[in-house]
Design a protein around this ligand. Structure first.
Ligand SMILES: [Zn+2]
Ligand SMILES: [Zn+2]
Length: 321
């Protein structure tokens, strides 16, 4: 059992067309369509609902629950998050978790599936690396992370296996559900088609690029409050778009933490949702970060970088959960 298995050439070309070429074409087409009257408040509303379901599905479901096990929950809640994540069309849960766990093991080193520093630090190499981290890695990877090696826990989970197997159906549902809602709520075929376009295709393209910005932007730009062996950063607008995932620096200090935005002013809606579920009794054994550990880590970073008086750090750390 090795760490990787070979990806066939047709499959890599399929990744390129579906995941890299299609979204920008969809966006360009979207602008052209918008020029007329083919968009209304219902399309925008459905697109926003789908966006929120997908981003929470990826952030809370795929990432914090399934990949890093930062909390536990009942079977229906777990399935709901797995399905919401799958509807974001970033692959079945086991594939996503396997790639992401490999990212954590080799972050920004050889073996990381999507580091923006893969080609070096110079201007053009970094541009190439950013494109690779944002979209290219799907196509360029000659190997994908072996599920048995990286995600044996998910492979042996019958519920997750079912979601993996149902992925083609979930893909169809991700487009047909908002389209059907648009058709029924407007009681027209036009409503069906515009919802399919905006809440289906355009939403999916934007969800993808928002998520992938964590891989590219939040390993390159932004600031660092903690020392890690990788180059993870905090980027406010990425955190805004991804409901907290852009506070990526702390995430690499403590991957199992249910909260990523641990400093004051770092709004983390995904942590808020987990907190809400915990209060309702739907989530338990939640791994909340310890304020003392955050303080220690922040002070360490400051000392290493010759920054301000460490006692000031205390005021920046969130004490509430
Ligand atoms: Zn990372
Ligand atoms: Zn992670």
């Amino acid at each position: 059992m090795g760490e990787t298995v070979r990806v066939s050439e047709p499959r890599r070309h399929a990744y390129l067309v579906v995941l890299v070429v299609l979204p920008p074409i969809v966006l360009i087409a979207a602008v052209a369509v918008a020029w007329g009257r083919a968009i209304g408040p219902l399309d925008v509303l459905l697109a926003l609902v789908m966006y929120a379901v997908n981003i929470f599905g990826i952030s809370v479901g795929y990432h914090r629950l399934l990949t890093h096990r930062s909390f536990r929950c009942s079977r229906p809640v777990r399935m709901t998050f797995a399905l919401a994540g799958a509807m974001a069309l970033q692959g079945p849960p086991t594939l996503w978790a396997a790639e992401h766990r490999r990212h954590h093991k080799y972050s920004d080193k050889p073996g990381d599936p999507h580091s923006p520093w893969a080609y070096g630090d110079s201007g053009f190499a970094l541009l190439r690396g950013l494109l690779h981290a944002q979209v290219g890695w799907f196509y360029s990877a000659r190997h994908r992370s072996d599920h048995e090696h990286w995600a044996p826990d998910l492979r042996s989970d019958p519920d997750i296996r079912r979601v993996d197997a149902a992925y083609p159906v979930i893909t169809a549902a991700s487009f047909l559900l908002p389209a059907a809602a648009g058709g029924l709520l407007s009681w027209s075929w036009a409503g069906f088609w515009t919802a399919l376009f905006w809440a289906g295709l355009v939403r999916y393209a934007i969800v993808h690029h928002a998520t992938w910005s964590v891989n590219s932007i939040a390993h390159c730009f932004g600031d660092r409050a903690f020392s890690t062996r990788d180059r993870s950063t905090n980027v406010r607008w990425v955190a805004f778009l991804t409901f907290g995932e852009g506070w990526h620096n702390w995430h690499h200090v403590e991957p199992t933490s249910a909260r990523h935005g641990v400093l004051k002013g770092q709004f983390d809606p995904s942590a808020t949702l987990i907190r809400l579920l915990e209060r309702m009794g739907w989530a338990y054994d939640v791994h909340w970060p310890s304020p003392a550990r955050i303080e220690t880590q922040a002070n360490r970073h400051r000392t290493e970088n010759g920054q301000e008086d460490p006692s000031r750090t205390e005021r920046r750390i969130r004490t509430r959960r």
